[in-house]
Design a protein around this ligand. Structure first.
Ligand SMILES: [Zn+2]
Length: 435
């Protein structure tokens, strides 16, 4: 055992010495760390195609070209630290890539790849960005098969990935962590990248998609895998092979990183929805608070329910028998637009912004907190009944409804709900009641 550990440590040290995992450090304290991962490398060529105009085009060379150009742009930013998984034609294992990202406590992980199809010449073209997520479909599975290629997994990878059982507790926790904690950031950044490709470079964006990809799966930070184009589509292929194409791709990703960094709060990796741009731009806040209505349904979902597709900052408001799930709050139009995009990318295709007048008092309406809905009466010793006084119980059609408090604005109800959360009472719903 001891020998094994030592040889493992030596191996890791050797990795660092050889510069395979090259960390760009600066004397200055950096505040935002980006890991740039050039897909494939070494004996793993990735997708490839021969073009008479330029010869053999290998994915591993395109991804390195883009990453080095992108790194050069980022290194000009004083407060951004760049970490490369590779800067030469080598193959760091997927585990090494993930470990490096986690060790660096990075704020963002960007894996650069090229797409391809099984045909000799692709009919598909354009870019797409993948985030780790639960939504799998047939077309995306092709991407997963290719990018997860087991052939190149080393021993450690195989242990980590090949025997990957999505139902094992560790896998479940890792996935859950990814999905709820980093999905929003990943979606936001992914949509910024795709927007730049489309609007700045005039390319066709196939959008932001969710897929279970090894290189993203265990990263403890917002992470994306960018398929920069189809190497076996003639237009895309020659664009990817060209220095100017790679530069344009690098610049679009670079601009997305700057936009993303503005949008997140470094301290908690949360997407800050309110007021974040007021110091850096002149956008005037609008009068109303905008929330994104994700869905209206008779179902009551707990915060981590898959139905909420990994989104945080959900505010459930019950009206009558219907639960309305709202996502994020902002009084800035640009942020609202981004929030709608994030909601749609997460799968809420009918997401729509709803304006709320702050501190509005509606005559004959009050708000209370629905603590629990249950078939069986709560036990007297239950935490809720122990922690709170004046909990009300109603029975309707054999179901018990436990409610608490009475306030006259939504803001007061949000505060009350937050106070309950701090007491450990979670998954409550704000109920709008007509007297
Ligand atoms: Zn690839």
């Amino acid at each position: 055992m001891k020998m094994n550990n030592r040889s493992l440590n030596l191996k890791k040290y050797f990795f660092l010495l050889t510069g395979l995992l090259f960390i760009s450090l600066s004397a200055q304290r950096k505040t935002f760390t980006v890991v740039l991962d050039a897909g494939h490398g070494g004996s793993d060529m990735g997708a490839n195609r021969y073009y008479p105009e330029v010869g053999q085009v290998n994915e591993k060379d395109v991804t390195l070209g883009v990453v080095l150009k992108l790194g050069k742009l980022l290194e000009r930013e004083r407060d951004i630290q760049v970490v490369y998984t590779r800067t030469t034609d080598t193959y760091p294992s997927l585990t090494e890539r993930t470990n490096l990202a986690n060790r660096s406590k990075a704020d963002l992980f960007i894996s650069v790849h090229c797409n391809s199809t099984p045909q000799r010449i692709a009919t598909a073209y354009g870019s797409e960005t993948y985030v780790q997520g639960p939504n799998q479909n047939e077309a995306n599975l092709e991407v997963a098969k290719r990018e997860n290629s087991v052939i190149y997994l080393d021993k450690e990878d195989r242990q980590n990935f090949a025997s990957y059982d999505p139902n094992s507790p560790e896998s479940f926790i890792a996935l859950k962590l990814q999905q709820s904690k980093y999905l929003e950031g990943s979606l936001l950044f992914g949509s910024m990248v795709e927007q730049n490709f489309e609007k700045k470079d005039g390319r066709y964006s196939r959008g932001v998609k969710q897929q279970n990809l090894h290189v993203l799966r265990l990263n403890a930070m917002p992470s994306v895998l960018i398929e920069t184009g189809f190497i076996n589509h003639p237009d895309d292929g020659l664009y990817l092979a060209s220095s100017s194409g790679q530069q344009a791709i690098a610049e679009s990703i670079y601009n997305a990183i700057l936009s993303y960094r503005k949008a997140v709060n470094r301290n908690n990796n949360n997407v800050v929805s309110k007021d974040y741009t007021t110091t850096s731009s002149r956008e005037t806040p609008i009068k109303n608070d905008m929330r994104i209505l994700l869905m209206s349904t008779p179902s009551r979902y707990a915060e981590n329910d898959p139905a909420l597709r990994g989104l945080n900052y959900i505010l459930p408001i019950k009206e009558g028998l219907i639960y309305k799930y709202y996502y994020a709050t902002t009084n800035l139009t640009s942020v609202k637009d981004n929030n709608i995009k994030t909601a749609k990318d997460a799968g809420f295709l009918n997401a729509v912004a709803i304006g709320f007048i702050p501190n509005l008092i509606i005559p004959g309406v009050y708000y209370r907190i629905e603590l629990a809905v249950t078939k069986d009466k709560l036990d007297k010793s239950s935490y809720i009944l122990q922690a709170l006084k004046d909990v009300k119980r109603n029975k309707r059609k054999g179901i018990f409804y436990y409610t608490y408090g009475k306030v006259n604005t939504l803001e007061a109800a949000v505060q009350l709900r937050k106070a309950l959360e701090e007491k450990g009472i979670r998954n409550t719903v704000i109920e709008k009641v007509k007297e």
